[in-house]
Design a protein around this ligand. Sequence first.
Ligand code: ZN
Length: 496
Amino acid sequence: MKKALIAAVILAIAGGAVALHKSGVLDRSSGPAASTKAGESCGGCEDDPACEESAGKQTDDCGHCEDEPAEPADDCGSCEGEQPAAADACGGCESDPPKPASAAAAQNKDSRMCGEHRVPERECAICQPARLASLQPGQGMKVRLESARHLDTAGIACASPTSGSSSAGTAVLARVRYNQNRLACVTSLVGGVIRSVPAELGQSVREGDVLAEIASREMADAKAEYLNARAQETLKESIWKREKQLAEKKISAEQESLAAEAEYALARNAVAAARQRLLNLGFSDADVRQVNESESATATFLIRAPFDGTIIERDAVIGESVEHGKLLLKLADLSTMWLELSVPQDMLQSVRRDSAVHVAFDALPATELPGTVFWVESAVDDSTLMFKALALLENPNGLLKSGMYARVTVLGDTHGSSTLRIPDQAVQRVDGKSFVFVRLSNDLYEIRCIDAGARKNKTIEISRGLQPDEQVVIAGSFALKSEALKSRLGAGCTDH
Ligand SMILES: [Zn+2]
């Protein structure tokens, strides 16, 4: 900017008073004609007595002209090329009738041109990159390259989007999680010492396989109590049967038979209680039968797999003393996984229970999987302003890992309809939104917000924001993005 101003000073000194007219002709008339009043149409600095002094100075010093509506720099032939920045500040070109101050100010705000890039200032992405974040799909801002040289160095190539059948509706990010219905934390239900851990980390096991063996005094006591109760039950049963026969033969009193029957009932209750204690410790019916048949009150307690799965965590070593409730292993059935979707609120209509989804993974470019939404959160997160949804997904060959990122396309009503596709490298992300560059002329591009959909074969669906006949930058878009965002590193025209 300073350089441009200095250039303006030099030009003004060299040419005397310089008058700029709307026709774009640079008028080098020799002196000022003091005919216009301040606040009226500024016919050029040379017409203003106040500018007599300023004639020969830089136009910035002409306070009279300064707040006039700026003339599009394109029309200002005198400013273009040599001094674009000076043309921006130069109100001398304006010869329109004056407007009321407030209306003129409002119009100024909307129509003021960025002299440096020759686009309306509010549309200049280079000078106002912060506005990009507020754009909606279909809206855009302008990016003018400084010269054709930029075009070559950027290696920019354009093409129209191709049209095809839509595979998808709306795309959201998601993470893979274990299927929480098929995940088990295997704990010890008794205190004791670990004798063996047959289950290795990563090993696939079948339901009922022994995962760990624990020696437990508590277990021995429980088994002994059960066996004692069983023995008591057998004894009391035979006593009751004998007393019953004697009573029937009138050899003994019926009262004794009744007493024996009551004791037999108590013994049966004791067996039931002892059996339940074993079950509470993790025994299956088969385990209890086995204790009964073997009549062995060993201290060994076997921990078995509750379902088919894979050992995904192991925190158990032989000889370790464990407390009741200690986590020994984690077992997961990896044949299916959950997808945790983070869904923006404006997609509330698209994401529903039983919605079909199409899932792609950056880490697995060749893998695309179908899934189904089975749960949608009933509240929106306070911090992210999104809501969660869960989808169930097949996991062929255990390819998916918990924590992986996925791109999930919720198949909506547009599924199967015609859509536009562009190479995925044409899409640039700025402030969390997707943008493409649309060619407007040789050195002028529009950076446009779009709705990016599903990726497929290195192309990406554009559901909103692009027309079939538009020329999209398919190579060199990153260079254009750098150009548009360069003022984040330096000063744009609004900082001048
Ligand atoms: Zn600009």
